[in-house]
Design a protein around this ligand. Structure first.
Ligand code: A3P
Length: 437
């Protein structure tokens, strides 16, 4: 049952998504009128018929109709065909509404209603997927394929070119940790919350990017043998360096993973910007190839659009205060670990110890596993054959050092942003990274 009414205000709550919603479908956020029944018989409704009718006659169902310009009610088929629960509620609702209000109710059909809804609320055009896992009632009715433990508990947010691959690689060495499957689109990154096309695929697609955690071991049937302890739980994580700056990623992530722990790496923003520019050049970005770093960072809004766009993407991820504050609008700061990017380069084992403590994972001997490689100029992983495996060529690139002029220009560019970051860290009681002191 669906109808339009003239709005006074609006209330809606997005809920469990359809598994994968093709883009041609229009998905309205789920509304609730707070009437949930476990019964098909109105005589079994808690409080009986009178209570049911009072919801319509000025109660919560009526209030929902009053405040909601486009109302779509769902009911079980038996409530229409075999019972009088719906047949009691809705006539009472319409009677009360037409007697006591001047609302014009109409039913123009689903497509017209969707069009009207989205013209009133264009911000709802792209859905916000919400995980059913944190709600007991929703968990109880989940389909068998929906395994809540297949969602990650940790997100490494970025930003890009701050050492995210090193952190991802090192953490994956821990026996109680597993990461996502390799993606054909973004290599090791899932980018679900920052890629609008992937986000449209829904939560089921996101879950499929992760392995099933190992199932608990079956206790031996012979009771004379001591039962083996269950395997320790596996922590699932993903790192997508595009999450840090994406305007919708915090809200989207919070809706699916409200309990997630978050990690952000804070490298010196000037060095990060230079590394990012070198990365673009190495990938033959025509603007980065054509313009020097000096020209890119000094570009203004009146520069050619491709140059000012490149400049924007180079510099703004280093506005750390702004992006962290945005994430903290959705997550509590106790869920966020900030890692010093210089420390990750120079003392990765100490950083990994810090990360394990944050995640409450058992100690792992990173001190022995990570060794400095003088040829690479970075720490690499010691494999079982005692050979060192370093990150690929695109991580720890060689390029000429930044000029003093560019370094100075960037220092003054980032000075106000860094001052705000310092203020934020002080407020949160966090130790600032060394490059900020
Ligand atoms: P450069 O290649 O410019 O030196 P990301 O993985 O987020 O793209 O970051 C890449 C950067 O990680 C590298 O930038 C490098 O400075 C840094 N990094 C930190 N630890 C590293 C390691 N052990 N090996 C290689 N690069 C590392």
């Amino acid at each position: 049952m669906s109808l339009f009414s003239v709005p006074s205000s609006f209330h809606s709550s997005p809920l469990v998504p359809l598994p994968s919603s093709p883009c041609s479908h229009q998905v309205l956020p789920r509304q609730t009128c707070r009437l949930f029944t476990h019964t098909f018989l109105y005589s079994h409704f808690p409080g009986g018929r009178n209570q049911l009718v009072s919801l319509a006659a000025g109660g919560e169902v009526f209030l929902t109709l009053l405040r909601t310009p486009v109302s779509i009610f769902m009911t079980h088929t038996p409530n229409y065909c075999c019972d009088r629960l719906a047949l009691t509620l809705f006539p009472a609702l319409f009677k009360f509404t037409s007697r006591w209000t001047q609302l014009q109710l109409s039913y123009p059909g689903p497509l017209a209603m969707a069009d009207r809804y989205f013209s009133l609320y264009p911000e709802d055009t792209s859905p916000l997927w919400t995980s059913p896992c944190s709600n007991k009632r929703h968990r109880e009715i989940l389909p068998a394929w929906f395994n809540c433990s297949q969602l990650p508990q940790l997100l490494i947010l970025g930003p890009q070119k701050s050492g995210t691959t090193a952190l991802h690689t090192f953490l994956s060495l821990h026996p109680q940790v597993q990461t996502n499957r390799q993606s054909e689109l973004h290599y090791e990154e899932v980018q679900f919350f920052s890629d609008d096309t992937l986000y449209q695929r829904g939560i089921q697609w996101y879950m499929e990017q992760f392995p099933y955690p190992p199932s608990p071991s079956v206790p031996p049937t012979n009771s004379s043998l001591p039962s083996s302890p269950p395997p320790p739980p596996t922590l699932l994580f993903e790192k997508s360096a595009t999450y840090f700056v994406h305007p919708q990623a915090p809200q989207r992530a919070k809706a699916v993973l409200p309990q997630a722990q978050l990690v952000v790496i804070l490298a010196d923003p000037s060095h990060r910007a230079y590394s990012w520019y070198q990365h673009q050049r190495a990938h033959s970005d025509p603007t980065a190839v054509r313009f020097s770093f000096s020209e890119v960072i000094r570009a203004s809004p009146s520069s050619p659009p491709h140059l000012s766009s490149l400049s924007h993407h180079c510099l703004t991820p280093g506005h750390y205060h702004q992006h962290i504050s945005h994430w903290l609008e959705y997550y509590d700061h106790s869920q966020l670990l900030l890692i010093d990017g210089d420390e990750l380069v120079e003392r990765p084992a100490a950083v990994m110890d810090q990360l394990l403590e944050f995640l409450r994972l058992p100690f792992h001997p990173f001190q022995n596993i990570l060794q400095y490689d003088s040829r690479k100029g970075f720490y690499c992983v010691v494999e079982s054959n005692r050979r060192k495996k370093c990150l690929g060529k695109s991580k720890g690139r060689s390029y000429p050092p930044m000029t003093d002029e560019d370094q100075q220009w960037l220092s003054s560019y980032y000075a106000p942003h860094n001052a705000q970051l310092k203020e934020l860290l002080t407020r949160l009681g966090r130790t600032p990274p060394r490059w900020l002191i």
